[in-house]
Design a protein around this ligand. Structure first.
Ligand code: ATP
Length: 476
């Protein structure tokens, strides 16, 4: 039995093994069961039922995307996501409401369609933990989240919301999730900037590694539950490179829609080891210019996101270069370590394309979410004007090999960096770097979070698909 809805812009199809009994009895051949009326959207849908078309699968899809159904006093309400050319998703899920011929028929249809959705939408989450940073970006985290809550409600998703109270709180909350708490959720939604997403997945991966290494009873289950979690980023921060890269848009509705629809894809993660700690980055590990800007901008947080532009301009004029020794294994079938040494304004290990308002096509234009590689970008010592040229070029075209003489771009799977300023050890001062006898030492910036500590030598390696995220990648 198939339920088909016709509309000039939409196709809606419900495929069921078995029709609801009373609905089948009420129909003969192909007939219109109910007529639609204008609801919250301008979409008119006519539901028609066709008999004698046995199908193997059960699904309710509108334009190929899963939809949900609710039985209200008005009749059936079918809610679905419709893409638009300029804004990928609408500001609220459009719905179509249909008047049914009788209350009994409406109930039968609601039950049948609901069963179809259950069967078709196995990947859609039912319950989510929300970690919200109210101080992210322009302190609009709560307001942004309230605007997308109706989407989660429409999709029938239960939300448990926890706000962060201080830096690193998301890390602690994620790392402290018990097996019982994890069994009750299908994923974690991070609301804020790249920082809260970074802290959350670092907490998850840290707890997962500890559980995997433990022989305690229940540790294996805990590791499996942590490994099965999907993460989402609803953008409300300063840069929001994670959401921009996962969905090609900085829209919170787009990000929320991908969660509601249960989209899922693997994401590469960079493991960064220092002598004393292990951290993970999903976007970028950067030494030099970016870390100096992030570190100095901390003092101007009250200015909001504009602090990065102001501090960035000052750091550009100062244009520091840092001596370092770099070893790397090339991405294309490489096994041997290669080595180079020099003075660099910037050393960047870019894991995902890193799209943002400043680099709309990505810092790495043709990068992937899960290709097991990073782009090693080395900007050799240069003048402020040359560095500005690099920034403008990267913002327009991304980092590509051979584009600028003083910029080296390499495909790699593993990188080791040893700062050679002074003793190779940085004691971080207020502005993130400190003059040493023998040269300067900067610090590492992982997804916008500074890697504090005296020893800035790192060994970094890409772990393909270590995380799962609510995304389908960027649709062209
Ligand atoms: N309640 C809180 N109060 C103060 N800081 C917090 C709070 N919750 C999280 N933080 C910290 O805020 C920092 C930035 O968070 P986030 O990335 O979400 O926002 P952002 O505005 O985009 O920040 P950034 O520009 O630094 O990336 C993180 O280092 C995090 O530890």
């Amino acid at each position: 039995m198939a339920l088909v809805a016709h509309h000039k812009h939409l196709s809606l199809e419900l495929l069921l093994d078995q029709a609801p009994p009373s609905a089948v009895a009420a129909s003969s051949g192909s007939r219109t069961l109910s007529r639609s009326r204008r609801a919250r959207s301008s979409t008119d849908v006519v539901l028609a039922m066709e008999e004698g078309q046995p199908r193997q699968e059960a699904a309710l899809r509108v334009d190929g995307r899963p939809a949900s159904v609710r039985l209200t006093s008005d009749g059936l309400t079918i809610e679905f996501a419709a893409g638009r050319r300029r804004c990928p998703w609408p500001s609220a899920a459009p719905s179509s409401s249909s008047e049914t011929s009788s209350e009994g028929a409406a109930e039968d249809w609601a039950a049948a369609i609901g069963a179809g959705i259950e069967a078709a939408a196995a990947g859609r989450p039912k319950s989510l933990l929300v970690l919200l940073n109210p101080n992210a970006g322009a302190r609009q985290g709560r307001r942004v989240f309230q605007r997308v809550v109706p989407l989660f409600k429409a999709a029938g998703i239960r939300l448990t919301v926890k706000e962060t109270k201080r830096p690193a709180h998301a890390h602690v909350m994620a790392a402290g999730l018990t097996a019982e708490q994890l069994r009750a959720i299908d994923g974690i939604v991070c609301v804020g900037g790249d920082g809260i997403f970074h802290e959350t997945f670092n907490g998850i991966l840290e707890a997962r590694a500890a559980a995997a290494a433990s022989s305690e009873p229940g540790a294996a289950e805990l590791a499996a539950l942590l490994g099965g979690l999907r993460l989402a980023h609803i953008p409300a921060g300063s840069t929001d490179a994670v959401a921009c890269t996962l969905h090609g848009s900085r829209s919170p509705w787009t990000a929320a829609m991908h969660v509601c629809l249960g989209d899922s894809c693997p994401l590469d993660v960079l493991r960064v080891d220092t002598a004393s700690t292990t951290k993970f980055a999903s976007c970028i590990a950067a030494y030099g210019f970016l870390a100096d800007v992030t570190s100095a901008a901390e003092a101007y947080r009250f200015l909001g996101p504009v602090r990065y532009d102001l501090v960035g301009a000052a750091k550009l004029l100062a244009s520091r270069a840092y001596p370092a020794r770099i070893r790397y294994i090339e991405g294309e079938g490489g096994e041997e370590w290669r080595e180079l040494e020099g003075e660099f304004c910037s050393i960047m290990c870019i894991v995902m394309p890193c799209r943002s308002d400043k680099t709309k096509k990505g810092m790495v234009r043709y990068g992937h979410l899960c290709d097991g590689r990073l782009k090693l970008v080395l900007v050799s010592k240069c003048s402020p004007l040359q560095y500005l040229r690099f920034l403008v070029h990267m913002s327009r075209h991304g980092c590509a090999p051979g584009a600028l003489k003083y910029v080296t771009v390499l495909d790699a799977v593993a990188v080791q960096v040893e700062p050679l300023g002074g003793t190779g050890q940085a004691a971080l001062g207020g502005d993130g770097h400190q003059q040493r006898p023998g040269g300067n030492v900067s610090c590492w910036n992982l997804d916008g979070e500074l890697l504090r500590g005296p020893d800035q030598r790192i060994a970094a390696e890409v772990h393909p698909g270590l995380l799962r995220v609510f995304s389908r990648g960027v649709e062209q």
